[in-house]
Design a protein around this ligand. Sequence first.
Ligand code: NAI
Length: 328
Amino acid sequence: MKIAVFSTCVYDKDFLEKYNTGHELVYFEQALNFENVGLTKGFDAVCLFVNDKANAKVLDELKENGVALVLLRCAGFNNIDLEAAEEVGIRILRVPAYSPEAVAEHTLAMILTLNRKTHKAYNRIREGNFSLESLMGFNLNGCKVALIGTGNIGKAFYKILKGFGCNVVAFDPYPDQHLIAEGLSYASLEDTLCEAEIVSLHCPLSDHSFHMINEQTLKFFKKGAMLINTSRGGLVNTPDVIQALKSGQLGYLGLDVYEQESALFFLDLSGEVIQDDLITRLISFPNVLITSHQGFFTREAMQQIAEITFANADAFVKGAAMPNEIKP
Ligand code: NAI
């Protein structure tokens, strides 16, 4: 199959080349959108990542250009209009789970960094400042943590939290019976948020979950609590969170994802003036840590993404069962 790979970075190319099962791959650095969809003429498939946009207009053009398949090299699919894809007959395959531990471990890294301020200590020590002033943290052992979403990543993170001796409470519209048997307790979203010192989001972005963290729900948080979002930027209303940081209602914020990330993340903009005033405000807080959607970024996850992407492509070519297909 001839596949147009969008949003390609050097590391994507390395892993896709290594695990290619014989497809013709053409790489584009740009994210797919309506302006550049013409590049897909003559391709059988496109391979997309989190910030490529396949809305109804783009899908129409893809169909027109001969594309029959979208291979998502990620789990989330909020950037694809599934109804429109079904209407034009384009099949959508994804990588539903690739090393959930990678994201869970990055979540832990964000919590530990915000809490114990190792990033600040690193800089201080390099400048000969050995003072402990304002570096005090709190014990994770015994700390109450709210998990919002207990799917693959939430589960992996629950295991880690148990190891640290945290008290975990969860909200998920579909509670996991195995986790309940292991001792996890579920509560309503409001009760889950009220009780926690740390709130960590592990649910998909959908019409239901869009801006689930907003002015209203932030009022349920314990004053000074920590919010971590490693799921999707749209789960959080950024201006509301900025207000909560300014008032002290939110004590710490860790973001691996950001609602407007497509114009920023994965790019080196160090020589440019950042035009996004919300992210520059967030960066200015001493108690905010932002990473550039790197939760998934481990060797193991990259290998699984490449292997499953090609297994998906091969199943499509052979007309075999496609368990990773997503439908509206
Ligand atoms: P999953 O599909 O295994 O689990 C999602 C869970 O969220 C399910 O149990 C579901 O019932 C629950 N859920 C659905 N709506 C909810 C709501 N409104 N409130 C609370 N829970 C809700 O997904 P997985 O693999 O655990 O991934 C979770 C999210 O993590 C993905 O949707 C994706 O957005 C994000 N992700 C981020 C990565 C990164 O690099 N930062 C990498 C991979 C995924």
